[in-house]
Design a protein around this ligand. Structure first.
Ligand SMILES: Cc1cc2nc3c(=O)[nH]c(=O)nc-3n(C[C@H](O)[C@H](O)[C@H](O)COP(=O)(O)OP(=O)(O)OC[C@H]3O[C@@H](n4cnc5c(N)ncnc54)[C@H](O)[C@@H]3O)c2cc1C
Ligand code: FES
Length: 343
């Protein structure tokens, strides 16, 4: 895995619980990325290595600095470390940019819709800035859910873009704590639900639109249902998940098991408690396996099951690229007592 060491040149407060960390591009070996991809940050906290992906909020053609925007998660190890410990002038080790949540130009497409809630705005912001700057023929639409304007990340950037691209960029704000007034006519009270999404989409010709969704599973399901009903082709819909969505029903046939793990020619015996993935169990035991997204997207955590049976839980995208016996350990759980994995 290619790594870079990036220097922090600024940390900006976005809202009460969200900051943007700005890195300087290295002078010689530049970090090349596409709008919508993510950067994986590596930290050592209390002697343990933690790796977390953060979507770029900067756009490569627009922003000079490399920027990621991080929301504080209650009890979250890395997000709190970033908020409380890191400072301008620090250096952070990162993996090369990854991710497929990128713009897929299509000559039939005239309308691109971005659907986001809360910190799900980060990759959308990167894509919106990039598309507006490079594609004057594309109508860009943002449907963005928050509590109110106080918790709306990038509200000032959105307002600037609305002025700069007034004929090309349109925004619908959905607020659960809306303050409605004559000046706020573009604010809709409540969450982004099927009927409201449908209202927004009435005037489009579905096959000529692209849709990017990033937010909680409720948003994803509502928007996907509407898009399916109005005939948007599945290949025109792109989703980014910030965490694995686990259905307790999928764990009914999973039990705590002891497995064998061979990593860098060392044999380990590892207890995998019901509910924890093999990757999480290995990291908890101090075995520093490689990983990045932890959502079954990047393949960094791939292992080969040489004995026994495993079950992958929480994958949102089908992974037809995996060879027989290859498993993503961030979402793999042992089904049998004799599991043996080699990495
Ligand atoms: C592709 C990708 C891009 C991402 N981009 C961003 C981004 O741009 N900005 C950003 O702030 N985060 C982003 N994330 C999430 C980020 O990687 C971390 O998961 C998040 O910061 C929590 O890490 P932590 O160490 O603080 O929490 P942990 O210590 O790992 O988790 C603590 C608890 O919080 C829960 N949790 C973990 N993540 C979330 C979440 N996102 N929302 C609510 N609860 C959560 C966990 O289930 C756990 O119970 C992204 C994730 C992925 C996979
Ligand atoms: S860490 Fe990305 S697929 Fe498992």
């Amino acid at each position: 895995m290619v790594t870079y060491t990036l220097k922090i040149v600024d940390i900006r407060n976005e809202t009460e619980d969200t900051v943007t960390v700005c890195f300087k591009q290295p002078a010689l070996r530049k970090v090349k990325y596409k709008a919508g991809q993510y950067l994986t940050l590596i930290f050592r906290i209390n002697g343990r290595r933690y790796i977390r992906p953060y979507s770029f909020s900067s756009a490569p053609s627009v922003d000079k600095l490399i920027e990621v925007t991080i929301k504080r998660i209650p009890n979250g190890i890395v997000s709190n470390h970033i908020h409380d410990q890191i400072k301008t002038g620090d250096s952070v080790e990162v993996f090369e940019p990854m991710g497929e949540f990128i713009y897929h130009p299509n000559e039939d497409v005239r309308n691109v819709y971005f659907w986001g809630v809360g910190s799900g705005i980060t990759p959308l912001m990167s894509l919106i800035k990039e598309i507006l700057a490079l594609n004057s023929e594309i109508q860009v639409n943002l449907v963005y859910g928050n509590r109110n304007f106080g918790t709306t990340i990038f509200n000032h950037v959105i307002n600037e873009l609305l002025v700069k691209y007034k004929d090309q960029f349109k925004v619908w704000h959905f607020h659960t704590q809306a303050v409605l007034s004559e000046d706020n006519t573009h604010v809709i009270e409540g969450r982004i639900k099927e009927d409201r999404a449908l209202d927004i989409l009435t005037k489009i010709y579905a096959p000529e639109s692209l849709h990017y969704i990033c937010g909680p599973s409720g948003l994803k399901e509502s928007v996907k249902t509407v898009l399916n009903n109005i005939g948007v082709p599945l290949e025109n819909v792109f989703v980014e998940d910030f965490e694995l969505v686990k259905d307790p029903k999928d764990f009914e046939d999973i039990h705590t098991q002891v497995i064998n793990l061979k990593f860098e020619n060392v044999d380990y015996t590892l207890e995998v408690i019901k509910g924890k993935s093999i990757l999480e169990s290995a990291l908890d035991a101090g075995i520093e396996l490689a990983y990045s997204c932890q959502t079954g997207n990047c393949s960094t955590c791939k292992g080969i099951c040489i004995k026994g049976e495993l079950k992958m839980i929480g994958l949102s995208n089908e992974r037809s690229d995996l060879m027989i016996n290859e498993y993503l350990l961030c979402c793999s759980h042992p089904l049998t007592m004799d599991v043996c994995i080699e990495i």
